[in-house]
Write a protein that binds this ligand. Structure first.
Ligand code: CP
Length: 303
């Protein structure tokens, strides 16, 4: 069933393959400058309780480009939550002031509260370690730009798979395509959680790999995520530098491999990779603006 954009975008599971490919056509048009200023007179609320460079700023730029006014809470500690106001009331008030609310919060339940209390379409800009739906659309749009849709491709996903919301949304999105193979590479202790793994293993072919060198030549896409140290209660230090890519490891990769990353990066993706033709992560980040324009346009068209 086609997604009803009037509800916003709170999980990538809301979209089917047709919705995604339709959105990508709209992204193509946004890149070509062929889009309507549908945001004129509209306000886009941005409420981020966790740090962000790419997601917040690209949504802000996207809002400006379609003619909307971005209402940005730059520092959530200045909100009246610090005087004891509840999250529910804060969301009600923000919802009164904007036409779409974009929310990032460490507690995944806050997205549910926003859907319930804001009274406007909500976009999930990152909910704890659970989901980051707009990031996964940027990831697969990048694949679509360079290789067409991802049917039949082999993806290596490397790093802190347990805590990465970008990884969870990416895998959920990949289950909507045909014959995708996943090779998961992570240090012991940072594998996908068992419940999440169980929820997707009947929908996609996946294999856990201990050494990237053994499969690097098979990959069409290598997706690398940093250690999400902010998600650990303790003891993240033992994982520092426990995995990384290098020009030496990549010597045996396909010429047309796509190296992608949601960014930010730390030690896992060294700058010595940046000049390789396979390194596409900065172009990927640049697609954040047109992908998010297309999402905002889709929602505003549905209102
Ligand atoms: N990829 C991503 O979500 O980056 P930011 O945390 O900088 O928004």
């Amino acid at each position: 069933m086609t997604h009803d954009w009037s509800g916003g975008l709170t999980s990538i599971s809301d979209l089917d393959r047709t919705d995604v490919l339709k959105l990508f056509k709209l992204v193509d048009n946004c890149i070509k400058g062929k889009y309507e200023k549908i945001g004129l007179g509209r306000v886009i609320g941005l409420l981020f309780f966790e740090p962000s460079t790419r997601t917040r700023l690209s949504f802000e730029v996207a809002a400006h480009k379609i003619g909307a006014y971005p209402l940005v809470v730059h520092d959530p500690s200045t909100l009246s939550i610090s005087k004891g106001e509840s999250m529910e009331d804060t969301l009600r008030i923000l919802g009164n002031y904007c036409d779409i609310l974009i929310l990032r919060h460490k507690d995944p339940k806050t997205i549910r509260k926003a859907i319930r209390y804001a009274g406007v379409p909500v976009i999930n800009a990152g909910s704890g370690s659970v989901e980051h739906p707009t990031q996964s659309l940027i990831d697969i749009y990048t694949v679509y730009k360079f290789r067409g849709n991802p049917d039949g491709l082999t993806f290596g996903i490397m790093g802190d798979l347990k805590h990465s919301r970008a990884v969870h949304s990416l895998i959920m999105l990949l289950t909507k395509f045909d014959n995708v193979k996943l090779k998961l590479i992570s240090p012991k202790g940072l594998e996908l959680d068992e419940p999440f793994r169980k929820s997707i293993e009947s929908e996609i072919v996946l294999e856990e790999i201990s050494d990237i060198r053994s499969i690097i030549s098979e990959l069409d896409v290598l997706y690398i995520v940093r250690l999400q140290k902010e998600r650990f209660k303790e003891n993240y230090e033992k994982y520092i530098s426990s995995y990384s890519i290098s020009p030496e490891i990549l010597k045996k990769c396909k010429e047309d491999l796509l190296i992608l990353a949601p960014l930010p990066r730390t030690w896992e993706l060294p700058p010595s990779i940046d000049s390789l033709p396979q390194a596409k992560y900065f172009q990927q980040a640049s697609f954040g603006v047109p992908v998010r324009m297309a999402i905002l346009i889709s929602i505003l068209r549905a209102l």
